[in-house]
Design a protein around this ligand. Structure first.
Ligand SMILES: C[S@@+](CC[C@H](N)C(=O)[O-])C[C@H]1O[C@@H](n2cnc3c(N)ncnc32)[C@H](O)[C@@H]1O
Length: 192
């Protein structure tokens, strides 16, 4: 939640058509989708406790979103069946991000886009060194989050064309900076 509301709003204003959100958590993005732009919203979340809170939030805000129990690495959806996939603070946590990106590329229509906000490996060698050193304790503390993951480079390696920009995330410790947000398209995603 910390310091991300404005970023979520700006990102999710770009979501349209049939939309899949991966690792939707407790549903903090829900309030920011523009109903007029969305034909269908599917929220995938593999953790039962998160799914329960997500379902409660959906009920509270009268949303028609569907909740699906699925990990990013094995999405139970047809090829080229979504216009938009959304990922916020998820690719740091998934166990096999290359597999997850391949799945995202598979379910996206050829003109579809991945909208994301992720914290990534620091450009600063000093901070990147600290991220490497503190990886394991941070991972245990933060429910599996890998603070040193070079997610944008990984997206590119998986065949995405990425348009990303860094933004400050003052509310969080330096170990999870910088935060990047943007969109990625996938004409030729490398299938995993
Ligand atoms: C830091 S939370 C972010 C939640 C939400 N996206 C947000 O922006 O508030 C990370 C989320 O990723 C989910 N997650 C963990 N492993 C996953 C996986 N393999 N596939 C999909 N989601 C996963 C967690 O259950 C959790 O809901």
């Amino acid at each position: 939640m910390a310091g991300m509301r404005r970023g979520r709003r700006a990102l999710l204003a770009q979501a349209s058509g049939r939309v899949l959100e991966i690792g939707a958590g407790t549903g903090l993005n829900l309030a920011h989708y523009l109903d007029d732009e969305i034909d269908e919203l599917v929220l995938a979340e593999p953790e039962p406790a998160m799914r329960e809170r997500l379902t409660r939030r959906i009920r509270r805000c009268g949303s028609h979103a569907a909740v699906v129990d699925a990990p990013a690495e094995a999405l139970p959806f047809a090829d080229e069946s979504f216009d938009t996939v959304v990922c916020t603070l998820v690719l740091c946590t998934v166990n096999a991000p290359d597999r997850a990106l391949s799945e995202i590329g598979r379910v996206l229509r050829p003109d579809g886009r991945l909208l994301f906000i992720e914290h990534v490996r620091a450009d600063s060698p000093t901070l990147a060194y600290l991220q490497d050193r503190l990886l394991e304790p941070w991972r245990r503390f933060a429910s599996g989050c890998r603070c040193n993951r070079a997610t944008v480079e990984l997206m590119r390696a998986c065949g995405f064309h990425v348009d990303a920009r860094q933004s400050p995330w003052h509310a969080m410790p330096p170990i999870v900076r910088p935060l990047v947000s943007g969109r990625a398209t996938c004409e030729a995603v490398i299938r995993g």
